[in-house]
Design a protein around this ligand. Structure first.
Ligand SMILES: Nc1nc2c(ncn2[C@@H]2O[C@H](COP(=O)(O)OP(=O)(O)OP(=O)(O)O)[C@@H](O)[C@H]2O)c(=O)[nH]1
Ligand SMILES: [Mg+2]
Length: 330
């Protein structure tokens, strides 16, 4: 029977990934992204087998409004890093259906340098789904990339919904990109996101924008001042730079390394990673427990009706829960 033949040899995959084989890395990520139960089991075995080879990368999350220059920044920064001998992985979390095949292509052209760089590995966001599902797959992909020897992982997410929080929860350093806006800077500050920021960087500080970018940075600096910092050791800096000209990119990276050094020494980095691991476990468990609600046909059909009944006051919430639980237990 075809289904009894293991489609993936986990032992072999483990060896080939650790040897840095890119084709195998891509295949393994496809395995991770698969919803088939046998693939899920193989994927779990694979991440467990590779665990000892993970955790060695500088993990950086990068967020900002559409068009702020995330991809251009990653291209410029990533290229500097590969030149220095680093192996860079670029991942994305985008649970919206915004990103069709076309924009993935567009992304690759906006990361034209890295896309042709043998020391860079670019993997678009897993296909749309729940944020929890997409984030879980990106986290596992990150581990595979680390096992394959990538010592820098850059995770891009567009600043919509809760995806920034998911990315902040899987990275060591959370970089928030801003535009040199016209005056109303604080308007663009999503408070929850800024509280997560380890640095705010105003991009496009070039040409006519230079003065406005510096003014914006000063406003963000003042705004950050009144927020209590996430760490006792680190006050998030606010910088200006240009992904287009490359001005300030080296300084941007220097801040990330300084953060690493300080929080590494204070033990905060290890603590943050530990908390993240536990959070991941719960997030995955939640995802697993909720999966039947999304995949079970009868349940999927019944839920809108139950919701309507509950909203209309005809069915008590507790009674609806009983009904759902009974269907789950079938
Ligand atoms: N002048 C100037 N333009 C820039 C700079 N960085 C990016 N751009 C331009 O801004 C546009 C958007 O850049 P992207 O890197 O695709 O932005 P993004 O944040 O990845 O966009 P999404 O992925 O669609 O959310 C492109 O036309 C870039 O050329 C910069 O430093 N200066
Ligand atoms: Mg982009």
């Amino acid at each position: 029977m075809a289904s009894s033949a293991p489609p993936f040899d986990v032992g072999r995959l483990t060896r080939d990934i650790r040897a840095g084989d890119r084709t195998v890395l891509s295949r393994a990520i496809t395995l991770i992204e698969s919803k088939r139960p046998d693939h899920r089991r193989n994927a779990a075995a694979l991440t467990q087998a590779l665990l000892g080879a993970t955790g060695n990368a500088v993990r950086v999350g990068i967020t900002g409004a559409p068009g702020v220059g995330k991809s251009t920044t990653i291209d410029a920064l990533g290229s500097i890093l590969t030149e220095q001998g680093h192996k860079v992985a670029v991942l994305a979390v985008d649970p919206s259906s915004r990103r069709t095949g076309g924009s993935i292509l567009a992304d690759k052209t906006r990361m034209a340098q890295l896309a042709n760089d043998a020391n860079a590995f670019i993997r678009p966001s897993p296909a749309s789904g729940t944020l929890g599902g997409v984030a879980a797959k990106t986290r596992e992909t990150m581990l595979l990339c680390e096992a394959a020897g990538h010592d820098v992982v850059l995770v891009e997410t567009v600043g919509v919904g809760q995806s920034e929080i998911a990315v902040a929860d899987m990275t060591d350093f959370f970089l928030v990109l801003m535009l040199p806006g016209a005056g109303d800077e604080l308007q663009g500050l999503k408070k929850g996101v800024v509280e997560l920021a380890d640095m705010i960087a105003v991009n496009k500080a070039d040409g006519d924008n230079l003065a406005r970018a510096k003014a914006a940075a000063a406003e963000y600096r003042a705004a950050l001042h009144i927020l209590s910092p996430r760490s006792a050791t680190w006050s998030p800096p606010v910088i200006t730079y240009s992904a287009l000209t490359g001005d300030g990119i080296a300084a941007l990276w220097a801040h990330i390394l300084e953060h690493r050094e300080k929080l590494g020494a204070s033990g905060e980095l290890a603590a943050r990673r530990g908390e993240q691991q536990v959070k991941w476990m719960w997030a995955m468990l939640e995802e697993r427990l909720f999966a039947p609600l999304r995949s079970d046909r009868a349940l999927k059909a019944a839920l809108p009706r139950l919701e309507a009944e509950v909203a209309a006051g005809r069915v008590a919430p507790a009674a609806a829960v009983e009904e759902i639980a009974a269907m789950l237990a079938r």
